[in-house]
Write a protein that binds this ligand. Structure first.
Ligand code: SF4
Length: 454
C-alpha cells in the first residue's frame, strides 16, 4: 500500500490563549490533537480557516473581553466566508448558550472536558446553521494518550490534575473545570519523557491544587520521585499548591529531590481568619504560618510567592491590617495582589454582597503593593554576591551580547554568556546586582561554570 499523502490544502487553525498556564497547556493539547487529524497550525488569525479562543473565566471583565475579541475577528469572515470561530475553555463552560445569544457569529462553544471531540465538532460546525455546543463535564477525562504539540522550547508543562474540589466562595473553577481528578502516573511520565526526548530541560507539573494530586495509591510525593528519575529533565516545578495539603512527607520529599526547584507559589488570599473563613479557604492564619515555617525549616533558601485578595466582602480595616501584618512577618518574595471583584456564578456572587466601596479597595490595594514592593526588593537583594544556577534561554532582547535565563526560584537573570553556550545549558553565575525584577551577572567573574545541555 502506498504511504498516505499529506493533505496539500489542510484546514488551517489558529488558537489564541487566555488565562493560566493550564490553558496554555490545554492549547498545546488541542493543537496536537488537531495536527493528528490533519489540521495545520497557523500563527495569525488572518491565515486561518478556524479560529479558536481558549478562554479564562477567572479574570476581571473576561466576558466582555471575549465578546470584544470575537467581534473583532468577525471581519475575517468577510474575506473567508467558511471561517469558523470557536470559544473554548472555562468561559464556554460558564456561559454556554449565552455566548451564542451575545455573539451570534461564534460557531462553536466547547468546554474544557470536550476537546477530544473537537475534530468532530468542527466538522459538524462546518455544515451547521446554529452554533455547535458541547460543554459536558466529564469526571473521568484526563486526556490520557494525547500528545500535546511541542513549541520546541526548553521549559514545558504537563497537566497532572484537572478540576478542583475546594469550592472557595470567590472562585468559578470548580464549576467550569469540574471535580478534581489526577492523571495516571504512567501517563504523566510518558509526557515528561516525550518532553525530555524533544530537548526540554524543565517541566512544570500543573494542577489547581497540585499537591493534593492522587491517582489510585499514588500521591504527589510519589509522582515527584518518579518524574525526578526522568533523565534529561534537570528542573521540576509545580503550581499551584493548596496550603493545607502539604504533608510533612511531601515537604521532606521536596527538600530531598535536587531537581525540584526551591520556589513555591503558595496562595494565601487573606491574613485574617474571619475573611479566610468567609472565603472558605479551609485553613487559618496559624495553619499557613506553620506550613511556611515547615517549608523554610526543610528548604532554607526557598522563595515563596503568593496571591492576595483585598476588599473581600465585609473586610474591615482591622482585618486588612492583619493581612499587612502577616505579609510583613512571612516576607514573600513576590505577590499577585488584586482588589476583590465579584465573579458571576460563584457562591460569593449569589450569597455575599460585594460590600466594600471601590475607593476603599483601591486604597488598601495600593498600601499592600507599596509594602510588598519594599519586602520584595529586600528579598531580591539577598542574592547579590551569591552563586546562582541559571537555565539559559537565549540572547537578551535588549542587548544580544548578553543572555537571559531563569534562576531556580524563577527570577529573570541577565548574564554574560560563556563561549559556546546553547539554550538549555545550566550556567553558574555570581549575581552582581539586583533590580526589583531581575538579577544581573555581567562583567568579570560573573560566570563561574556551565553545564552543557543533553
Ligand atoms: S482551590 Fe479555591 S481558588 Fe483554587 S481553584 Fe480551587 S476553588 Fe478556586
Amino acid at each position: 500500500m502506498p504511504p498516505p499523502q499529506p493533505d496539500r490544502n489542510p484546514t488551517r487553525v489558529y488558537v489564541e490563549t487566555y488565562g493560566c498556564q493550564m490553558n496554555v497547556a490545554d492549547s498545546d493539547l488541542i493543537a496536537g490533537l488537531l495536527a493528528d487529524e490533519g489540521f495545520a497550525a497557523v500563527s495569525a488569525p488572518d491565515q486561518a480557516d478556524i479560529i479558536l479562543l481558549n478562554t479564562c473565566a477567572v479574570r476581571e471583565k473576561a466576558e466582555e473581553r471575549i465578546y470584544g475579541r470575537a467581534s473583532q475577528l468577525l471581519r475575517f469572515k468577510y474575506t473567508n466566508p467558511n471561517l469558523l470561530i470557536g470559544v473554548l475553555g472555562c468561559m464556554a463552560e460558564h456561559l454556554k448558550e449565552r455566548i451564542a445569544e451575545n455573539a451570534p457569529h461564534v460557531d462553536l462553544i466547547v468546554g474544557p472536558d470536550a476537546y477530544r471531540r473537537l475534530p468532530d465538532l468542527l466538522r459538524q460546525a462546518g455544515s451547521a446553521t446554529d452554533p455547535v455546543i458541547d460543554v459536558r463535564l466529564d469526571k473521568g477525562e484526563t486526556y490520557e494518550g494525547l500528545r500535546p504539540a511541542a513549541g520546541g522550547g526548553i521549559s514545558g508543562f504537563v497537566t497532572i490534575q484537572r478540576g478542583c474540589d475546594k469550592f472557595c466562595t470567590f472562585c468559578i473553577v470548580p464549576y467550569t473545570r469540574g471535580r478534581e481528578r489526577g492523571t495516571a502516573p504512567r501517563e504523566v511520565l510518558r509526557q515528561v519523557r516525550d518532553l525530555a526526548a524533544m530537548g526540554y530541560r524543565e517541566v512544570t507539573l500543573l494542577g489547581q491544587t497540585v499537591n493534593s494530586y492522587r491517582h489510585e495509591d499514588s500521591d504527589f510525593a510519589d509522582l515527584l520521585r518518579a518524574v525526578h528519575e526522568v533523565s534529561g529533565i534537570e528542573r521540576i516545578r509545580y503550581t499551584s499548591p493548596y496550603p493545607v495539603d502539604f504533608s510533612t512527607r511531601l515537604v521532606r520529599t521536596l527538600a530531598e529531590l535536587p531537581k525540584v526547584c526551591n520556589s513555591l507559589h503558595l496562595p494565601l488570599q487573606s491574613g485574617s481568619d474571619v475573611v479566610l473563613e468567609r472565603m472558605r479557604r479551609g485553613y487559618t492564619v496559624s495553619d499557613f504560618r506553620r506550613i511556611v515555617d515547615e517549608l523554610r525549616e526543610h528548604i532554607p533558601d526557598i522563595s515563596i510567592s503568593t496571591d492576595i485578595i483585598v476588599g473581600f466582602p465585609d473586610e474591615t480595616e482591622e482585618q486588612f491590617e492583619e493581612t499587612l501584618s502577616l505579609m510583613r512577618d512571612v516576607r514573600f518574595d513576590s505577590a499577585f495582589m488584586f482588589a476583590y471583584s465579584e465573579r458571576e456564578g460563584t457562591y460569593a456572587s449569589k450569597r455575599i454582597a460585594d460590600s466594600i466601596p471601590e475607593a476603599v479597595k483601591k486604597e488598601r490595594l495600593a498600601r499592600l503593593i507599596r509594602q510588598q514592593e519594599s519586602i520584595g526588593a529586600e528579598r531580591h537583594a539577598r542574592w547579590v554576591g551569591r552563586s546562582v544556577r541559571v537555565l539559559a534561554e537565549g540572547p537578551s532582547r535588549r542587548d544580544p551580547r548578553q543572555w537571559f535565563g531563569r534562576s531556580e526560584d524563577f527570577k529573570s537573570v541577565i548574564f554574560d554568556p560563556p563561549a559556546g553556550i546553547r539554550a538549555g545549558d545550566l550556567v553558574d553565575i555570581v549575581v552582581q546586582r539586583a533590580t526589583s525584577h531581575t538579577l544581573i551577572a555581567t562583567g568579570e567573574s560573573a560566570v563561574s561554570s556551565a553545564t552543557a545541555s543533553a
